[in-house]
Design a protein around this ligand. Structure first.
Ligand code: MG
Length: 164
């Protein structure tokens, strides 16, 4: 069994889309980023890549490369899952936390689970997403940013596929 951990943060600013866990969330602010700014998916990609010994998201999808400008991070996650397939690694489970002061994530939780489980080709019960505020502390608490953490476990697969 292999364990992976990932972290990502993004600044929140007006006039940007807020996309987390592959879901667009209506809000007055969104993530400032080269891609769509989906900090949850970015943390998740780093956890998966780390567990597989495949470095990190920046080395695979550099933010200096224009093909990744405003890219839907679900595409990056799907590419990461392909890399795991090639190493005959299967996602056992994923556990992630979003830290954001506003808006509330609860209305989007189930859609995030369904969306990410589909992209990762795992059963939804193998994926957990929690959300919390930062109790008004620091840059997250002031509403200036969002932080996401993700852990995962990978198992060796007996065939080069990644299915529930
Ligand atoms: Mg990021």
């Amino acid at each position: 069994m292999r364990v992976g951990f990932g972290y990502d943060s993004h600044r929140l600013a007006e006039g940007r889309r807020l996309v987390l866990g592959g879901v667009e969330i209506p809000f007055e602010k969104g993530c400032v980023a080269h891609s769509d700014g989906d900090a949850l998916i970015h943390a998740l990609c780093d956890a998966l890549l780390g567990a597989a010994g495949l470095s990190d998201i920046g080395s695979h999808f550099p933010d200096t490369d224009n093909q990744y400008k405003n890219i839907d991070s679900k595409i990056l996650l799907a590419k990461v899952v392909e890399l795991l397939d090639r190493k005959w690694l299967k996602i056992n489970n994923v556990d992630a936390t979003i830290v954001i002061e506003r808006p509330k994530m609860a209305p989007y939780h189930d859609t995030m689970i369904q969306t990410l489980a589909r992209v990762m080709r795992i059963a939804p019960e193998r994926l957990a997403i929690k959300a919390k505020t930062n109790e008004k502390l620091g840059f997250v608490g002031s509403g200036d940013g969002v932080v996401c953490f993700a852990t995962c476990t990978l198992a060796d697969h007996d065939e080069p596929m990644n299915r529930p």
